[in-house]
Design a protein around this ligand. Structure first.
Ligand code: PLP
Length: 395
């Protein structure tokens, strides 16, 4: 069965939906029990989809958790109030003082901040590695290395990682492999078949899909599920059933939205590739994207998010480009139905084991569900504004 077909029915067991189509919102803190025996049963099965206490979730949560676990290809999914909380929750479930973490250099900026500002203070040491390191990862492994964290493609610069090779090296030393799989969403890759132990989604992005809910998921394989679930529970992580309802509603249209995002983004990307101002595209489906061969091997499709690098431009000309767009809005959290644009500066300061040439400006786009020709016209006008300022800045 294809994933587009699966997402229509996943999680819709009658015990959770009572027969209506989408699992309804069940708001609850406490559960009451009629007998000691009922209570003992709930305690015993509190981790297996029996309602026990609000923090462990109710039918709305169980339905969504089961859908995500199955789509990702794991055995269980923990829910968090944001994608960042899912990353923190997964890392803290498997790391303790004295441990060493291998973190990809192209990671989402708040994840880097977590390592440098919080985990360091807890006695957890982080080493950043080149996303394209491949077999040389071996040289960075220490006796106390406990987690290998991947994000593929990387944030902003979009390097794609060789997940199977890196996972194999990690597993030879019993290192837990975690992947921030947000770009692929749960439908465009098969993280567990590639060797990942825990796959993380900022559900805020494509799963919710409508820019109105923050949520994160971490899905584990059999070997790591108990530890992830129990430790995330101990961290007090839980989500509102209203938010979960919206995420589960968004999920139903993920397949069709992703296909449209991909198709429109490819059209925009091809148009950009032919522009003389563009140095190269950082779109996984293009050969100019580092790690493109792993995209072809490991992903079934792309989406609406990519970056491009211009041959020249300063802050003033990039500002002229990104301001006053008609359809693209300036904003960070992609994955909704709307198009977004970002002129990104200072990338070199966010990379410590690799080099980034900041003399060439980078623009990141999220291609939404607007008509793609309107978006291209919007970008065409942006190039005109950019040239007007660029010509002025050149003496
Ligand atoms: C947005 C994002 C996150 C964080 O998700 P939030 O829900 O905003 O906390 C994590 N990883 C990636 C790759 C993201 O794009």
């Amino acid at each position: 069965m294809k994933k587009e077909t699966q997402i229509v029915s996943l999680g819709r067991q009658k015990k959770w939906t009572q027969g209506v189509i989408n699992p309804p919102v069940v708001r609850a803190s406490t559960m009451t029990f009629d007998t000691m025996e009922d209570m003992a049963f709930a305690i015993k099965n509190r981790a297996n989809g029996e309602m026990f206490y609000g923090r462990r979730g109710g039918p709305t949560h169980f339905a969504f958790q089961s859908a995500i676990a199955e789509l990702e290809g794991g055995v269980g999914t923990a829910l968090y109030p944001s994608g960042s909380a899912a990353i923190t929750g997964a890392l803290l479930s498997f790391l303790k003082a004295g441990d060493h973490l291998l973190m990809v250099d192209s990671v989402y900026e708040p994840t880097r901040d977590l390592c440098n500002k919080l985990l360091a203070g807890y006695g957890i040491e982080t080493t950043y590695y080149d996303p394209l390191i491949g077999k040389d990862l071996t040289s960075l492994i220490k006796p106390n290395t406990k987690v290998l964290f991947l994000e593929s493609p990387g944030s902003i610069t979009m390097e794609i990682q060789d997940v199977p090779t890196l996972s194999r090296i990690a597993h030879e030393r019993d290192i837990v492999v975690m992947l921030d799989n947000t770009w692929a969403s749960p439908i465009n890759s098969r993280p567990f078949e590639l060797g990942v132990d825990i796959s993380i989604q900022a559900a805020t992005k494509y799963i919710v899909g409508h820019s109105d809910v923050m949520m994160g998921t971490a899905t584990a394989n059999e070997q790591h599920w108990q530890q992830l679930r129990e430790n995330s529970y101990l961290l007090g992580q839980c989500t509102s059933p209203d938010d979960v309802y919206l995420a589960s509603r968004g999920l139903r249209t993920l397949g069709i939205r992703m296909a449209q995002h991909e198709q429109s983004a490819l059209k925009v990307a091809n148009w950009l590739a032919a522009r003389p101002e563009v140095d190269h595209l950082r779109h996984p489906a293009f050969e100019t994207c580092p790690g493109h061969e792993f995209f072809k091997r490991d992903f079934s499709a792309a989406n609406g998010l990519f970056s491009f690098v211009l041959k020249e431009g300063d802050r003033a000309s990039i500002t002229a480009f990104v301001e006053n767009m008609q359809h693209f809005k300036m904003g960070f959290s992609w994955g909704g139905f709307e198009s977004l644009i970002l002129g990104v500066f200072g990338i070199d300061k966010l990379r410590t084991s690799t080099q980034w040439d900041s003399s060439k400006p980078l623009i990141r786009l999220h291609i939404g569900l607007e008509n793609v020709d309107d978006l291209i016209n919007d970008l065409d006008a942006a190039f005109a504004r950019y040239h007007a300022v660029l010509n002025k800045s050149v003496p």
